[in-house]
Design a protein around this ligand. Structure first.
Ligand SMILES: [Zn+2]
Length: 371
């Protein structure tokens, strides 16, 4: 949402939507949701919202209607609707409500009035994941990572059904939102001892980076069990690998250069790669193979002796946290000290093209041994 004087008080997350917000010129309605975060939603005559509850792993499907939107009591979530990732309403009038599971292999069609499961699709072909669907009266279109399948609406698909044929486009480097990518990730440890994976979506990849009108491509660590992250906080390699960048001789942009870069991003709503790199400050990058790399950013220092080409072990100290590259550091030299960690996959980053609830699950899986 564009930040203007009339909208700047609008909270960033649904967690803050305890009250109805009226801003007549821009917003006519806003839902009152007793949820932590929204996973997905779809709109027909009513609103259907997948929400992640306060308890970990509790995802429910709510139907809302009226103005302002309120939960409708008639809707019952199916009992076996564990861990859905996506929800979509069929485009035709009276269309089904489609829910894709977190494994991206199962698609359920629900009667939108009652929530009853009327169809249960499981794709037969191994390795085919459902990344996007479209349904009309006659056909169901299923897009996977590199193919489009077209099914007749009848008969109901079963595990023995053959998928429709579609051209397959080869992909050379891993795609960040492909579920198969999860298998490429080595088990990771947290890059800061005593830290925890943030539950706050705005500290995770995919969040808006509002100061530059961009997207946040990493995870932020501001706290450890012992207190705030400081310049004394050691930064650890999340997995073994080879150092491919170590900014030992780092020169910070001047205050004027930094101000010019911020101005450029705010005026163009675009952050070119060189400016993005400057905003990451002093960095260390580690290559873990299979197209996976990690970047440790805003460092205050690089560990003594660390050099490009060197092999590092998981948990090895690679530097100390800082605030290099953050515009805030130019106003207050002790502000914004944190570690920004990016998990790069191919040309993208973990969290790219994923919804917040999916990003959290993927991070939990990647960090399963650490948390
Ligand atoms: Zn960050």
């Amino acid at each position: 949402m564009e930040k203007t004087d009339s909208t700047q008080d609008i909270p960033r997350t649904l967690a803050d939507l305890d009250r109805v917000i009226h801003e007549p010129a821009r917003l006519s309605i806003m839902a009152v949701l007793s949820v932590v975060e929204s996973a997905d939603f779809t709109v027909g005559e009513d609103f259907f919202v997948l929400t992640e509850g306060e308890q970990q792993g509790t995802v429910t499907l709510q139907k809302l209607g009226g103005s302002p939107l309120t939960p409708l009591s008639g809707f019952v979530s199916p009992p076996d609707l564990a861990d859905p990732s996506w929800v979509m309403l069929g485009r035709e009038p009276g269309g089904y409500l489609y829910v894709i599971d977190m494994g991206y292999h199962r698609l359920r069609a629900l009667e939108p009035e009652s929530g009853a499961v009327v169809r249960d699709y499981r794709l037969a072909e191994q390795g085919v994941e459902i990344r996007c669907i479209y349904a009309d009266r006659e056909k169901l279109y299923v897009a996977s990572r590199d193919a489009l399948y077209v099914y007749p609406m009848e008969p109901i698909l079963s595990p023995t059904a053959q998928p429709g044929t579609a051209p397959t486009i080869g992909t050379s480097s891993p795609v960040p939102h492909d579920p198969a990518t999860l298998e490429l990730l080595p088990p990771l440890v947290l890059p800061v001892e005593g830290a925890a994976l943030s539950d706050m979506a705005y500290r995770l990849p995919g969040a808006p980076s509002s100061y530059r009108y961009g997207v946040h491509e990493g995870l932020d660590f501001y706290w450890t069990a012992a207190g705030p992250v400081s310049r004394d906080t050691q930064v650890l390699a999340t997995a073994e690998g080879q150092v491919i960048r170590a900014d030992i001789d780092y020169t910070a942009p001047s205050a004027q250069e930094m101000a010019d870069m911020v101005t450029y991003t705010q005026e163009t709503h675009h952050t070119p790669a060189d400016i993005l790199d400057a905003f990451r400050g002093r960095q260390v990058w580690i290559d873990h193979g299979h197209g996976v790399a990690t970047r440790y950013c805003h460092l205050d220092s690089v560990a003594e002796g660390l050099a490009v080409g060197q092999h590092v072990e998981q948990g090895q100290v690679i530097g100390h946290a800082g605030n290099s590259g953050t515009p805030a550091a130019y106003y207050d030299e002790d502000s914004e000290i944190h570690l920004h960690l990016e998990i790069r996959i191919g040309d993208g980053y973990l969290g790219q093209f994923l919804r917040p609830v999916e990003t959290k699950r993927w991070l939990k899986l990647a960090l399963a041994e650490a948390t």
